[in-house]
Ligand binder design. Sequence first.
Ligand SMILES: Cc1cc2nc3c(=O)[nH]c(=O)nc-3n(C[C@H](O)[C@H](O)[C@H](O)COP(=O)(O)O)c2cc1C
Length: 99
Amino acid sequence: MNLYISGSNRKHNSYNFLKKIKEDEDVLYSLDDLNIKHCIGCNACQKNEENKCILNDDMKAIYDNIDKCNKIIIMSPIYMNHITGILKNVIDRFNPFRE
Ligand SMILES: Cc1cc2nc3c(=O)[nH]c(=O)nc-3n(C[C@H](O)[C@H](O)[C@H](O)COP(=O)(O)O)c2cc1C
């Protein structure tokens, strides 16, 4: 199973592209459906034994699938020459996996 993440604020180009290439068993999240807080830099995830983020929000669904998936495929529209803000929030929340 692969995890697909559309970093757009809407279900349009990025979402439709990922929907087209994903297999039936894969999981696709569109970040416009999820309520994800930004990392608060507490580093609790680096300090606790389970390396778990202490924030309680929809990032849990992504964390659960990261534990199960073979690959993560992320697509973002370009916003002002960058990835979208909501996608940057998600990538910052990968801090629990940082060595
Ligand atoms: C706020 C905003 C900023 C954007 N900035 C850029 C940009 O810097 N360069 C670019 O090529 N396209 C830019 N775009 C266009 C989007 O990247 C493009 O429309 C993209 O296909 C949208 O993807 P989506 O349909 O998955 O939301 C911007 C669009 C928005 C709404």
